[in-house]
Design a protein around this ligand. Structure first.
Ligand code: SF4
Ligand code: SF4
Length: 422
């Protein structure tokens, strides 16, 4: 498979200006064409899989897939980098110290897979955040700056509990994907999503037998964990009888839409996964396709839209969010420069590559500030955290909101007006 994917690249270089790490370094090896050459060298045996130059580049790549969207030859770069990361992980597994091996296993296989464990860990983190001891705890566990990058844990979680939110004259039923981090850090986004789906005349179901999409495991080079998590979601959707599987986190949506690629050696699961993937939609696609309740209020403010990589590049969804924002009376949408260049979040990238993540964050904040917007709208939790942290560090008072929160605010404001001054 690798050889076929590598050979699709004709070395034209048209992808280079879209690559964030190339834009920052202007170095061929830190761009997609250079990385594809390195992969070809590894595949042919000219370069060792674990050579520092190669592993560094596989780690420095954001897997943002901007190159894939720009490539006229249809090179599936995301699959290349994910396959190479999986091989690196397999080769490194036995050299990792036992403590780190267990911690990694615990995080990827147990923590993200279990809503109960996730809520337990989030409760501990929340207590540490309230007593400002999270950095000490992370240092004791050898996790460096991880705690500083963790989301602020709110008072309440969102628990998938077989809820049904019915609406009169419903046009169909939506399955709401709750996810792992979203469920403990972004309950308000799920609540706003349910209200918005109801306003689009869709019943909403939230089955308890769903779970993490497995994107973090696949980005960490652990496809077997990802497959097990995906199977759970596929089965939960099939049991639910819903018409559409709705996702409000772009990274999860991209993974779930690509479920069909996860089971190349299992025809039965491959068929189920493909059927499932064809029903997965980002929430902006769903709301954009439906007729929304016309009783929408005003938001008199300037907003800018930060495109999540896994929505614009991996799912190719770009116009729907803008059309939805254009429906809000009073809201002025000012486009930022490089709105589709990664903000440096990219899953756990700001933990594994903190230097490049910071450079990209600062680049994004400069582009955001130049618009004069007081609301930065996005559609992915990682982007929201990364941009909000960058704004705070720069002393900006602008707020970051998920697009469904902005829409929900506008509806809540029907009959009144929200003003936001710079
Ligand atoms: S990945 Fe695509 S755009 Fe980039 S050099 Fe290869 S063929 Fe050209
Ligand atoms: S996935 Fe993103 S960071 Fe990686 S080579 Fe492509 S454009 Fe560059």
């Amino acid at each position: 498979m690798i050889e076929e994917l590598v050979n699709a690249c004709v070395r034209c270089g048209l992808c280079l200006p879209s690559c964030p790490t190339y834009l920052e370094t202007l170095t061929e090896t830190s761009g997609p064409r250079g990385r594809i050459s390195l992969i070809a060298d590894v595949e042919s045996g000219r370069l060792d899989l674990l050579s520092p130059g190669f592993t560094e580049q596989m780690s420095q790549c954001l897997d943002c897939r901007a190159c894939e969207a720009a490539c006229p030859s249809g090179v599936r770069y995301g699959r290349l980098v994910e396959e190479m990361r999986a091989r690196i992980e397999r080769a490194r597994a036995h050299t990792r110290p036992p403590m780190r091996r267990r911690l990694r296993e615990l995080l990827l296989r147990r923590l993200f897979a279990s809503g109960r464990l996730m809520r337990g860990a989030a409760t501990v983190l929340r207590a540490a955040q309230r007593t400002r001891t999270q950095n000490l705890g992370a240092a004791l566990l050898g996790l460096g700056d991880v705690a500083a990058l963790a989301p602020e844990i709110p008072d309440r979680f969102f628990v998938a509990n077989d809820q049904r939110h019915a609406v009169a004259g419903a046009a169909g039923t939506a399955f709401l994907h709750v996810g792992c981090v979203m469920s403990v850090a972004f309950a308000r986004v799920h609540e706003a999503s349910i209200r918005m789906l109801n306003r689009a005349r869709l019943n909403v179901v939230v089955p308890r037998d769903q779970g993490c999409c497995g994107a973090i495991a696949i980005h960490a080079g652990e496809p077997s964990i990802s497959r097990a998590l995906m199977q759970r979601n596929i089965a939960a959707f099939e049991r639910s009888g819903a018409d559409v599987y709705v996702v409000n986190a772009a990274g999860c949506g991209a993974s779930l839409k690509e479920a069909g690629h996860l089971f190349p050696d299992d025809p039965a699961w491959s068929e189920r996964a493909q059927r499932f993937a064809s029903r997965v939609r980002d929430i902006t696609e769903v709301l954009d396709a439906m007729e929304l309740d016309p009783q929408i209020g005003r938001i008199d403010a300037v907003a800018t839209y930060q495109e999540p990589c896994h929505l614009v590049h991996a799912q190719r969804v770009s116009a729907a969010p803008r059309r939805l924002l254009a429906q809000i009376p009073g809201l002025e949408l000012r486009e930022m420069n490089e709105s589709a260049v990664c903000c440096g979040s990219a899953g756990i990238y700001n933990v594994t590559e903190p230097v490049m993540a910071k450079r990209l964050q600062e680049r994004k904040i400069a582009n955001t500030a130049a618009t004069g917007a007081t609301i930065v709208v996005t559609a992915n939790p990682g982007c929201a955290l990364q941009v909000q942290a960058g704004l705070r560090a720069a002393g900006s008072l602008a707020t970051v909101k998920h697009i469904v929160e902005v829409l929900d605010d506008a509806y809540a404001n029907y009959g009144t007006t929200i003003h936001r001054q710079p």
